[in-house]
Design a protein around this ligand. Sequence first.
Ligand SMILES: *Cc1c(COP(=O)(O)O)cnc(C)c1O
Length: 404
Amino acid sequence: MFKINENYQKLPGSYLFSGIAKKVSAFTQANPDREVIRLGIGDVTQPLVPTVIEAMHRAVDEMGKAETFHGYAPDLGYEFLRNAIAANDYAARGCNIAPDEIFVSDGAKSDSANIQEIFGADNKIAVCDPVYPVYVDSNVMSGRTGVYNTETETWSDVIYMPCTMENGFVPEFPKETPDMIYLCLPNNPTGTTITKAQLQEWVDYANKVGAVIIYDGAYEAYISEEDVAHSIYECQGARTCAIELKSFSKNAGFTGVRLGYAVVPKELKCGEVSLHGMWARRHGTKFNGAPYIVQRAGEATYSPQGKAELKEQVAYYMKNASVIKEGLKDAGYTVFGGVNAPYIWLKTPEQMTSWEFFDYLLEQANVVGTPGSGFGPSGEGYFRLTAFGSYENTLTAIERIKKL
Ligand SMILES: *Cc1c(COP(=O)(O)O)cnc(C)c1O
């Protein structure tokens, strides 16, 4: 008789967004005349920019001719894309990252879930609280998190670093020393970030205690402030302690196209063992490459025209962010984020719990957001709205909230 991976049985409840979807569908069935505006899930709504579409069309045509057809991609990804990434995302920012330290993938969700595989089962992970659920859940699946406490909604073997109003959403060094530290900056869900100087302190800390930082930079394109690092490799010493994960989903609208990459510097070692070699082995064995057409699309995001079009797209979403942020402030809410990230994180009014505010907003304003408690216990009493809707819907949603 086969046996299952019992760790899956430990996963609590349903994934946050399926819970929300159920509530929204019950509401729309009961109120078919109401127009519900969704500012909940972090998916983009604007179409791919023309330069990307043209590159994809060209690549499709190439695939239709024997002379230019492409089969399996090279293990690390095509050189044309890795060179563009190294030049634009790293060299241009003074970071020393070679093209062969870049592993092209199908997105940052899978990379952030898979990366734990190359680490020992007894490593202790540290995560910000609230946090993108993938980091903890992927470690639950591989048995690294201990026992779940339904009361505190925490795992016994996970170190939580609360990020709240009280500490300005800046994680503090934990009392217990972690082995693996997940940082997502700018942050989903809080929409906040830390300065380059603060990130440098984390790099110094990781090097000192011998921890590895898994740095999720999915929202890098939304950074607007000068003193915020665009890559962890802007910090001294990051090459010996950090893996950086990037995605084309949020800067270029590739959520349905699928493309990302991981950077594993060659100096990142455990004793004599290079993590670069391990990730290369893992990648080569378990992944057969992002599609040629998609890698050409990724390359196009780095062309001068592509960059200009994407800058406009990011600006479109950030205009929404400012509509939400200013509108909520006018309505008396305490709000965070929305400056270096497309998320607004608000304090729920009148001591409402996150889910009470979810119901209130859905029923009274017909607006869907995400309860902060779904991202971790320290998210209780907060609520996330995304700037990824259309401008028109965003305006309408905020007008409705203001009238409550
Ligand atoms: C959206 C998002 C990603 C990107 O995931 P993809 O798989 O590349 O679409 C990664 N990390 C965080 C925190 C995100 O919010």
